[in-house]
Design a binder for this molecule. Structure first.
Ligand code: ATP
Length: 285
């Protein structure tokens, strides 16, 4: 390779280095594993008889959990109830000792790696926003859209009008149409959370797992987040883990209460709030 070729390669690699992150999996890095997801059943996510023990401690204990397509489900439970472990199981980070974990009718999630699960249509948003601070909102969304292109192409190719429209549509959905040119690092905490949800949406997931989306938000940001999550339900299936009960009440249709790795109660928020066992073990009454 000529020295200018080597130099260019180096520049491209260091540019690409800006985008390589251990905590994010981009679609273009992963081969397709699911030809066609069978969503002919109302239930999109099935967990049945799932068990996980850490050094003999049963973090997940005969857990049965089902979510219908298009639902917005809230998952609540005291610290240590097993919420994070359950999300880790769905996304392939933790392997259960036993049980069934299925996506649609035909995809056994226990056969797939974490990256394959992301590719199959399950997006996870962690509590702490992890947007690229030195890239604009537009670039963050653009990078998240990267599909069969390489990182290098993503950096150098011009977007077609359809792709530009998609970015604009997602920016509008997450309430950031005015901030497209703004650096990720300059956004408020709430805006970063919305951008990250937007980045997930660019990958067109069917199921979104959202961990404590309103932690640290102002009331106004919480209201907007509630509206956003409600607007995503229907076209997406959304599972929200949240401790803020006021927020849960504002968005919840069906609520699942986890306790000691099992479902303690499930139903409408009002029923849950009046459930004596829930009040005793979760609300501390
Ligand atoms: P929080 O609301 O505090 O995040 P959670 O409901 O998400 O709690 P988990 O984080 O799933 O609960 O933890 C369930 C239990 O399993 C806890 O007692 C926790 O200490 C334990 N646990 C989780 N991961 C591990 C691990 N890798 N090794 C050992 N114990 C673990």
């Amino acid at each position: 390779m000529s020295s200018s070729g080597q130099k260019r390669g180096h520049v491209e690699q260091s540019q690409a280095g800006r985008f390589l992150r251990r905590d994010r999996v981009f679609n273009f890095l992963i081969p397709d594993v699911v030809d066609r997801l069978d969503v002919s059943d109302p239930v999109l996510l099935y967990l049945e008889d799932v068990n996980v023990a850490f050094d003999g401690f049963k973090a997940i204990n005969n857990l049965n959990f089902y979510v219908d397509s298009g639902e917005l489900r809230c998952l609540i439970g005291a610290n240590g109830a097993g919420k994070t472990t359950m999300m880790d199981i769905i996304t392939g980070k933790t392997r259960p000792d036993s049980g069934t974990v299925r996506f649609g009718r035909n995809v056994d999630l226990l056969d797939l790696s974490e990256s394959q699960i992301a590719r199959a249509g399950i997006g996870r948003k962690f509590q702490k926003p992890t947007v690229f601070e030195k890239l604009s909102v537009f670039e963050n969304l653009e990078l998240a859209m990267a599909d069969d292109k390489s990182v290098w192409n993503t950096l150098h190719c011009k977007l077609n009008s359809e792709q530009q429209d998609r970015i604009a549509t997602v920016a509008l959905t997450v309430g950031l149409p005015e901030q497209l040119g703004q650096l990720g690092g300059k956004l408020s905490h709430g805006q970063k959370q919305w951008l990250e949800i937007g980045m997930l949406l660019m990958q067109e997931p069917l199921l979104l797992l959202v961990d404590e989306p309103v932690a640290g938000m102002t009331h106004q940001e919480m209201d907007k987040t509630g509206e956003l999550l409600l607007s995503l339900a229907g076209t997406h299936t959304v599972v929200v883990v949240e401790h803020d009960m006021e927020f849960v009440r504002s968005i919840a249709n069906r609520v699942t209460v986890l306790h000691q790795g099992s479902v303690l109660a499930e139903g409408q928020m009002d029923d849950i709030a009046q459930n004596e066992e829930v009040r005793r073990v979760y609300l501390g009454e």
